[in-house]
Design a protein around this ligand. Structure first.
Ligand code: GCB
Length: 602
C-alpha cells in the first residue's frame, strides 16, 4: 500500500509538473506606469539540486511547515537564508557560483484593500531560464526563456494576509533550449529582473503600438499609426489616446477582438534621432484604466547600400555589449546599471549599440530612447540550436513576441537580429525564414538582420577576396557578419590584403571583431593578450572594414570584459572574456581610444 500510494503521489505530481503548463498569455506592457508594488528585496530560498520540486517529487511550492513534533517536512523556507531579488544567485554566495540547477524562491506579503473591481498579477521582468510560478499553494504555470518578461494572474488567490509567492527557477542548460548548451557568457541563474505585484481594473489596457507612418515622412502632416488591445470584457468600450504637446486627442471604440486600430495626425511632429531624441508624453485611457508613456517617432529603412534614419543616411557607430555590470559581477538590472553602460558608450562616441546576445533589461532600452542611442536587439539563437525541432521554433517565436510586446514603442530600437553565428543548412534556413515571417508579421517598423558567420580557416584566410553570401541574407534588410581576423586565425597585418563584398545590394554591418587584452599588460603589437596587440588589431581591422563598399556600421566585440566559464586561461582570463575595451574594474584599455578616434572622424 505504501509503495502504491507513493507511486500515486509521484504520478500525480509528474502529471502536474511535466504537462506543458505554458505561461498565461497575458501581456501587461509598460509596467512602470501601472499601479504596482515592488516585490524586490530579500527572498527566502531552498536549493533543489536534483530538481525534485520541478519534477514533482517534493511539493516545495506548498510551503509546508511541520504541524507538530511528529510531522515530517523535508525543507524549510522559514529557516532558510535569503537572496536578493533582482540579482543572479551566482555571486551572492560562494557556493552558488557555478550552480546550474533549481532554486525555489519564496516571498511572503500582505495586501491591504483588495478590491473586487481589480485584477492582480505577479510580473517578472526575467528569470533564467525555466520558471515554475506558484501562488498560495497553487501552480500558476511555467515560463521558458531567461530574458523576457512574463506575468500570471492571482486575482482569485490573493488574500489580505500571508500570501506566499513561490517560484522555482532552473538555469540548467539543455539542447532544446534557447540558447542551447554552450554559450560564451555566464549562466546567471535566478530572478534576474524586477518582480512586481500589479493591480489593474477588470478590463485593462494590455498593450499598444504606436509608430510613424513612413509614407508620411516627407509630408507636412505626419500620421502616427496605432493599435491598442484591452484585456477583459472590452468589446464596444471606448478608449482615448492623447499626446498633449501635439494637441492630439483621439477617441476610439474597441472591436469584438478586444483591439482597435487608429491614426493620429499632426503638423508639428518632431522626429526622434540621436541628435534630437525627442519623446512625447502619450496617454492611453479606457474605462478606469490609464497608462502613460514617452514615445519617439522615426522611420528606419534600408535603401540600396544605405541605412536611412528619417530618410537620411546614417552610419551606425556602435559597440556590442552584454547585459552584465562587470563591476558588480551580476546581470544588469537597474537604471544605474544602464546609465553606466550607456555612459561609457557615449564616451566612446557611439550612436548605436548591439545588445548581445539576448534581450537586455528594459531600463537600457528606455534610457537609450532618452539619450539618443540606436539599438540592435536579438534573441539567444546562438551556437548549437536544435533547428529541426518544431518546439524550439515555437519557443523562438514566443520569445520574440514577448520582446516585441515589450519594446515596440521604443524609437531607439531599430534592428531585430534573428541569429548569431549559425551555420547555413536547410533546417536552419527554414527555421530562420519562419522566424523572419513571424517577426515581420508583428512589426514592420524595424529592420531585420542576423550576425552571420564567416567561416574561418584555422591558419588565416585562404581567400583574400571574400563574398558574404549566407543564404539567409536574402530574407534580411541588412547583411551583418562577425569576423575575427587577427585573433581566431592570422595575424592583424593580414587585414591589409583582405576584401569583403556583399553578394546583394544591401547595407553591411560588421557585427563583431576584436581580440582579448588583459588590462595593464603591455608588450609589443605581436604579444598576445597585451593591450598593444588589441590596439594594433583594432587599427588594422578598422582600416580593412573601411574598404567595404556599403559599410553602414560596426559593433566591435565588446564594450567591457565579461564573465564566461568558457575562458579559463590562468592569470589572463580567469573566467573572463577579455575582448572588452574596458576592464571589469572599469579601466579603459588602449584600443578604446583607437575606436574613439575612429568614431570621431566618421
Ligand atoms: C563570437 C561570439 C561571441 C563570443 C566571441 C569571442 O563570435 O558571437 O559571443 O564571445 O565570438 O570572444 O570569441
Amino acid at each position: 500500500i505504501k509503495i502504491k500510494s507513493f507511486i500515486g503521489f509521484f504520478l500525480f505530481f509528474q502529471v502536474i509538473f511535466l504537462c506543458p503548463l505554458r505561461s498565461q498569455n497575458v501581456i501587461i506592457s509598460n509596467t512602470s506606469s501601472r499601479n504596482s508594488t515592488s516585490l524586490n528585496g530579500k527572498w527566502k530560498y531552498v536549493i533543489d539540486h536534483y530538481d525534485a520540486g520541478q519534477l514533482g517529487f517534493l511539493p516545495i511550492y506548498t510551503n509546508l511547515k511541520p504541524k507538530d513534533k511528529t510531522d515530517r517536512v523535508e525543507y524549510s523556507f522559514d529557516q532558510a537564508e535569503s537572496l536578493w531579488v533582482p540579482g543572479s544567485w551566482n555571486t551572492q554566495k560562494p557556493e552558488l557560483f557555478y550552480l546550474e540547477g533549481t532554486i525555489w524562491y519564496r516571498k511572503t506579503f500582505d495586501q491591504e484593500n483588495i478590491s473586487k473591481d481589480k485584477r492582480y498579477f505577479v510580473y517578472f521582468g526575467a528569470a533564467n531560464y525555466l520558471s515554475t510560478v506558484t501562488f498560495n499553494g497553487k501552480i500558476l504555470g511555467k515560463h521558458e526563456g531567461g530574458f523576457t518578461p512574463f506575468c500570471f494572474e492571482i486575482t482569485k488567490l490573493i488574500k489580505d494576509k500571508d500570501n506566499y509567492l513561490i517560484i522555482g527557477v532552473s538555469n540548467t542548460r539543455a539542447s532544446d533550449y534557447i540558447p542551447g548548451k554552450v554559450t560564451d557568457w555566464f549562466n546567471h541563474g535566478g530572478i534576474t529582473r524586477d518582480v512586481k505585484l500589479i493591480e489593474v481594473p477588470t478590463t485593462f489596457i494590455s498593450n499598444y503600438f504606436l509608430s510613424l507612418d513612413k509614407t508620411t515622412l516627407n509630408s507636412k502632416t505626419k500620421i502616427i499609426k496605432g493599435s491598442l488591445t484591452l484585456n477583459g470584457k472590452a468589446a464596444g468600450q471606448k478608449a482615448r489616446v492623447t499626446i498633449p504637446e501635439l494637441k492630439v486627442v483621439k477617441e476610439v471604440t474597441i472591436d469584438s477582438t478586444g483591439s482597435c486600430k487608429f491614426s493620429l495626425a499632426s503638423n508639428k511632429l518632431e522626429l526622434w534621432s540621436p541628435e534630437n531624441p525627442k519623446l512625447y508624453d502619450v496617454t492611453i485611457e479606457s474605462g478606469t484604466d490609464k497608462v502613460t508613456d514617452r514615445i519617439g517617432f522615426r522611420t528606419i529603412e534600408a535603401k540600396g547600400k544605405q541605412i536611412l534614419l528619417n530618410g537620411k543616411p546614417v552610419f551606425l557607430k556602435g559597440i556590442s555589449l552584454h547585459d552584465e555590470n562587470p563591476l558588480r559581477k551580476d546581470r544588469a538590472n537597474s537604471k544605474d546599471d544602464a546609465r553606466l553602460m550607456l555612459g561609457w558608450a557615449k564616451e566612446l562616441g557611439c550612436n548605436f549599440l548591439r545588445l548581445a546576445h539576448y534581450p537586455h533589461q528594459e531600463n537600457i532600452v528606455r534610457l537609450a530612447d532618452e539619450m539618443g542611442i540606436m539599438l540592435w536587439e536579438e534573441l539567444p539563437l546562438y551556437w548549437g540550436i536544435d533547428w529541426g525541432n518544431a518546439k524550439v521554433l515555437q519557443k523562438a517565436k514566443d520569445q520574440y513576441s514577448e520582446l516585441i510586446n515589450r519594446d515596440y514603442n521604443r524609437a531607439s530600437s531599430i534592428i531585430w537580429s534573428i541569429a548569431n553565428e549559425t551555420s547555413p543548412s536547410p533546417t536552419r534556413n527554414q527555421f530562420l525564414i519562419s522566424l523572419v515571417e513571424h517577426v515581420r508579421g508583428m512589426d514592420s517598423t524595424r529592420l531585420l538582420s542576423a550576425a552571420c558567420k564567416k567561416d574561418q580557416a584555422v591558419d588565416g584566410h585562404p581567400d583574400d577576396d571574400y563574398t558574404l553570401g549566407d543564404p539567409i541574407m536574402k530574407y534580411l534588410d541588412i547583411i551583418s557578419f562577425n569576423e575575427y581576423l587577427g585573433w581566431y586565425g592570422g595575424l592583424p597585418e593580414e587585414c591589409r590584403k583582405k576584401t569583403y563584398k556583399a553578394s546583394m545590394e544591401k547595407p553591411v554591418i560588421v557585427s563583431e571583431f576584436g581580440g582579448d587584452a588583459l588590462q595593464g599588460f603591455y608588450g609589443d603589437s605581436l604579444t598576445r593578450w597585451s593591450e598593444n596587440y588589441q590596439e594594433n588589431l583594432y587599427k588594422e581591422n578598422l582600416a580593412m572594414f573601411d574598404r567595404i563598399d556599403g559599410l553602414a556600421g560596426l559593433t566591435p566585440w565588446i564594450l567591457t570584459d565579461f564573465m564566461t566559464p568558457l575562458r579559463q586561461l590562468p592569470n589572463v582570463q580567469d573566467g573572463w572574456n577579455r575582448k572588452g575595451l574596458i576592464s571589469e574594474k572599469g579601466i579603459k584599455k588602449r584600443a578604446f581610444f583607437v575606436l574613439q578616434k575612429y568614431y570621431k572622424k566618421k
